[in-house]
Design a binder for this molecule. Sequence first.
Ligand SMILES: [Zn+2]
Length: 148
Amino acid sequence: MLIRESDLTPIERRLVDEAMRIRPRAYAVYSNYRVGAAVADANGGIHVGANMEGADYTLTVHAEQHAMNAMRLATDAKAVALAFAVESPAESPSPCGVCRQRIREFAADLKMPIVAVSLAPDLTIARLHRYAFDYLLPHSFGPENLGK
Ligand SMILES: [Zn+2]
């Protein structure tokens, strides 16, 4: 759903700012598609990630996965909100399927907000979309399916 900056909750605002702040650290020398992501854990911690590519093209780690993995390294707490920022020609950028599954693994709540930040060419916010996570990955497979 398209939202305004004034619709962001305080934690979403912080995640948007962190995703935009870390985005220039992406190592996207092949695609030039730089993505920054930030995730909040249930204890109030913020963890960031950016996409990291490799010359062999198979070692790419996406920003959302990177942020989720950073969270897991720092805490056992689950994720409560995530934002990612990218300059994209799409109306609303969207996490890839692999990233959705990674978010699913550590989501505290399947309704957790995912905020997609579309950056303008001058890297200001062009559009914001907010999705409940289970809108992006309905009927998902997760730890519960393995009794965890
Ligand atoms: Zn991805």
